[in-house]
Write a protein that binds this ligand. Sequence first.
Ligand SMILES: [Zn+2]
Length: 567
Amino acid sequence: MSSHNNLLEEIKSRLDIVDVISDYVPLKKAGQNWKGLCPFHSEKIPSFMVSPSKQIFHCFGCGIGGDVFTFIMKFENYSFQESLTELAKRAGVEIKKSHEDKMSSGEREILLNLHRDALLFYQRQLSQNQDAGAYLKDRGITEEIQALFAIGYAPKEWDALLSYLRGKDYKIDMILKAGLINKGVKGYYDTFRDRIIFPIFNNRGEVIAFGGRAMDDSIPKYLNSPETPIFSKSRTLYGLNLAKDAIRKEGFVIFVEGYFDVITAHMHGFKNTLAPLGTAVTKEQGRLVRRFTDNAIVVFDGDASGLKAARNCIGILLESGLNVRALPLPEGEDPDSFLRKRGRDAFSEFLNKAVSIVEFFIMQEEDRHIMVREFLEIIAQIPDGVRRGEYVKELSERLNINEVFIMEELRRIIKRSRIKDVGLKKEDIPEVPGDTKPMDERYILQIILHFPEMRERLFKAVSIEDFEDPTIRGIIQKIKTGLVDYNDLIYECNEQEKGLLTGLLLKDELEDPEKVFEDCLRHLKSRKRQRQLEELQEKIREAELQRDEDLLRNLLQEKQQILKLKV
Ligand SMILES: [Zn+2]
């Protein structure tokens, strides 16, 4: 553990938590700290704080908090080991792996290796299969682009990949876990057969899944890897690994629908293009993109079903805090077909015609009332109040409706959706510090965190068991074992404890800590006495019922003694 702690310290000393977190969450300076919209719960007013001096973060909305490791674990859904590896890489610190570490990160590594090997296999198959090569050539995909996107081909046989991977000594259960094979009545068979393979990468450039497209009318046309320990559809975007630098450079991202759209766009120089994985866009994907830009253009087929899909996509991207513009293509066209027919300049010109979301809504709905309502439902979800106001203004000008009326309606919708929010996903929201915890216990903890010299006095005056709240008791217990530095303390804390701890660390110092401390100690002791008396009273009642004279006498004596004690 001590070498572990040295490593943590080394990594932490080389990284600034503000730098790391601002890659994921846009932060603004607020006094000594930095502030932003919490990525862990939905909020409209920022209550997510990052402290450069303490190197911690804390959300005063949902109570979550911790150090830079906690953040990466939560945001990326990583194990501690994975967050360590990731941040070590970022900090340029080399990790010497102990045997134990190798075991714990083993599964992820095997799954990644499996995917890497499968990718090489599919690529080699493509070079050997004329039909597949012809198919891609027919769609205008050059060999250079095939290599860039690492496109491959899965052969027709039932177990070509399986026997290849078995030959490399991978175990069946891991190949199954990777989603590369399925189990049928007659045994195992390859998931992808006779399909063009589009590897799916995470934004570190590791292949984590595959998409397979049929070359004929087979159903389904597209087949993706199932969810695995290394692949979550809702948190991955096709093309992001190749697009992220261009997105930063161009200052916006282009959202399209399909893999071929992404590939063709890249081929024509629109490298800031990406797509969701065959399903609707998710909020997580929106947040993922916000690490690189705040602006998105959604490109879609201008027919009815394209419009409908675009509307969902636009709503979710707005909700995740992006500025969104919409770009309908002529009916029946997707970016792939449009680019191949009309070329780069025509598409570029089209991009300049992307419309604001107000125009987008006016464009599609004939009934003004329905349109306004649906529009407001969507912008009610936008976290930024200023931006909401801008949309309202634009809408009022465009439709010639008084802004006040629109604002009033919007407020009603927001109020209703807040009530709805509260009922959502309770397990995602850690206990908010301060709601049920005894104030005296919280103050005491806050004081000994800010004034470590006071802890001696605390431990002399009361015992750990005197603390009623289990979270506070847990932290104080750890402090008593000699954890002085809060960096070490955070490392030992569970989630609830981290949330409380970081919240208290970010609180302003108390006016007169000496006095508050004494008051709280007195209060704590008197609550303890109250508890003891209540318990005793219960026993006395019991003894009276049993007519146990001796016991009763003892209990009453005990009660007298407690009452005599000064607090
Ligand atoms: Zn939060």
